[in-house]
Design a protein around this ligand. Structure first.
Ligand code: DLL
Length: 432
């Protein structure tokens, strides 16, 4: 089943022609009307006329998350604010957030991409879909919500949390599909067991659309057999809109909607383009967004391009599931956290010394982050009340900037490891 057969199954040559036309139009537009892009292209010594084939995309400069941060809030926008109908916000590498704006058309195309994706895994008007991604500044909830409504599913906008109530709704309302992070579904399964609910027998759940964080095929097998469901990967990042791409029922790679996105894989060290099958960093050019298109955005996720046509008949480009990242971003309960944000926050607190360590664990399917903080000699005391107060203050500050709860451990001066080479301050003990 296709949502938009013409676009999803377009012959490869025709798709490349469409991509080239869209790229050419985009570059012309950005160069003529947007100072940010014009300056960037001039600095890279490239002009719109230099783009005369699709592979010339490699002449264009890269963009990074720092571009979004440095141009916060709206300097990179290519549509007037009166045409912008929505903002989403995600965390940047320091305390400063990154903002993404959408015009009506941008929301429309994002919704279209999710309608294609959900249809490709068999979700449609017969389904009751529980959207248990966060609603709000995060793109997961609203993105999936619009996509599921578009295919005619009955949507339950349950958001995150309140797991017992979510399970009751799942049973009472005959939920057949759920969208959430894989770790939240695992957590739901644990809570269900505690409540005496057998998801396989007591609910009608058939499909799960899981993403926003890495998860393995082992975890998929585990969930599918324990819950009696089919679990599909969904991928995206807020900078390109939000969740947009899923596996189809073949479960063999993520389908990228080539009419909207141009995909490249580069070597993270040399920045040279890599061929099909070679693993590197994913770079995307967003061809169709009005408020905030992107040129060669370095997403920093690691994957490779798959070249064979998919068994589902789609010809849209496919990439392998994401295997990791080339930078140090952590995803804690679906929320992006950069160690640099932790450092940025800690270093503004006068009592804190120069050393800290971050560890991440998964307990009962939920992620927990602990930050050990070394105090300055005059700040460390044996007065328990003072230490508790300081600990509370530091964890509140971290929560304010990171949007997640963090366990803080105060450490005496000189007690944390020192590093001669590159500091290794993060220990991620989550595995499956
Ligand atoms: O996580 C958008 C999303 C929402 C995707 C719901 C899927 C479902 P950000 O918060 O900007 O956007 O985080 C994007 O999360 O660059 C990856 O590192 C990671 N990520 C997202 N989906 C997957 C996945 C949303 N399926 C960052 N597998 C991305 C592995 C994923 N990593």
């Amino acid at each position: 089943m296709y949502w938009n057969r013409r676009m999803e199954c377009m012959p490869v040559g025709k798709l490349r022609k469409l991509q080239y036309e869209r790229l050419k139009g985009l570059v012309n537009n950005l160069y003529s009307f947007n100072p940010f892009y014009r300056d960037k292209m001039k600095a890279a010594d490239v002009r719109p006329d230099d783009i005369s084939s699709l592979s010339d995309v490699s002449k264009l400069p890269f963009m990074n998350k720092s571009d979004l941060r440095d141009n916060y809030p709206t300097k990179m926008f290519t549509a007037p604010i009166r045409d912008v109908v929505r903002y989403h916000v995600s965390s940047g590498t320091t305390g400063k957030p990154t903002l993404v704006g959408y015009t009506k058309n941008d929301i429309e195309l994002w919704t279209e991409s999710l309608a294609r994706a959900l249809t490709s895994i068999g979700i449609g008007s017969e389904d009751v879909m529980q959207v248990s991604y966060g609603y709000g500044l995060f793109t997961g909830g609203l993105g999936l919500h619009y996509g599921a409504e578009r295919v005619g599913a009955t949507v339950i906008p349950s958001g995150t949390g309140g797991t017992e109530r979510q399970l009751e709704l799942m049973m009472d309302l005959d939920v057949t599909a759920i969208a959430c992070t894989p770790s939240y579904l695992m957590h739901m399964a644990d809570v269900a067991k505690r409540m005496g609910i057998n998801i396989r027998k007591d609910t009608k759940l058939k499909r799960a659309v899981l993403g926003a964080e890495p998860w393995s095929d082992n975890m998929r097998n585990h969930m599918e057999s324990e819950l009696g469901i089919q679990a599909y990967d969904i991928y995206g990042t807020s900078e390109i809109s939000g969740p947009m791409f899923t596996e189809c029922t073949e479960k063999n790679g993520l389908h990228i909607w080539g009419d909207m996105m141009l995909t490249e894989i580069i070597d993270p060290d040399t920045l040279e383009p890599l061929g099909p099958g070679e693993e590197g960093e994913l770079v995307m050019t967003v061809l169709t967004k009005e408020a905030m298109p992107m040129i060669r955005y370095r997403i920093k996720d690691l994957t490779s391009v798959m070249d064979a046509e998919c068994g589902c008949g789609r010809t849209s480009p496919r990439i392998k599931r994401i295997t990791g990242r080339s930078d140090d971003m952590l995803i804690i309960r679906g929320i992006n956290v950069f160690p640099s944000q932790v450092e940025h926050t800690l270093m503004q607190i006068p009592q804190v010394g120069g050393q800290y360590m971050i560890s991440v664990d998964r307990i009962n399917s939920l992620d927990y982050m602990t930050v050990q903080v070394e105090l300055k000699p005059d700040a460390f005391s044996d007065k328990v009340d003072d230490m508790l107060k300081l600990k509370k203050y530091i964890s509140n500050e971290l929560k304010k900037y990171l949007n997640i709860s963090v366990e803080v451990e105060l450490m005496p001066p000189g007690s944390l490891p020192r590093f001669e080479g590159k500091a290794k301050r993060v220990t991620d003990r989550r595995k499956m």
